[in-house]
Design a protein around this ligand. Structure first.
Ligand code: FES
Length: 128
């Protein structure tokens, strides 16, 4: 049996879930559970034993979820769908080329959860 050793990359997948009425969206309600399973299946199918797909709590860019973080590359992805999984695995995880159209940056972390919800004062937002 082959030894796996330390993973070459970790893929953190947000599996946080909030109540439907919460002002911030949550990745599980946007399909991150299926995304997590698809990433695990595809990395396995491609034999990438040195890639570890990890279930995570909220990663913070909730407004553009489902959110992924790839370490140690320091690459963030947002709005990821099941259809994007083969490209992420083949292009980035196997061949180290990030999928540019899915990348998010500092701006997406700073999107206000109150956008479109001016009825809720800032102090009323429940914690993540
Ligand atoms: S709920 Fe997924 S990033 Fe916050």
């Amino acid at each position: 049996m082959a030894r796996v050793g330390m993973p070459r990359k970790f893929v953190f997948v947000c599996l946080n879930e909030r109540p439907e009425e919460h002002p911030r969206p949550s990745c599980t309600r946007r399909g991150s559970g299926s995304l997590f399973e698809a990433l695990r299946e595809e990395t396995g199918r491609q034999g990438l034993v040195d890639i570890k797909v990890v279930a995570s709590g909220c990663l913070e860019p909730c407004m553009v979820g489902p959110s992924l973080y790839v370490a140690p590359d320091d690459i963030w992805y947002g709005g990821v769908t099941i259809q994007d999984v083969p490209q992420i695995v083949e292009q980035h995880l196997a061949n180290d080329v990030p999928v540019e159209f899915l990348r998010i940056g500092r701006e997406e972390f700073e999107l206000s959860p109150l956008a479109g919800r001016s009825d809720l004062p800032p102090g009323e937002i429940p914690p993540a």
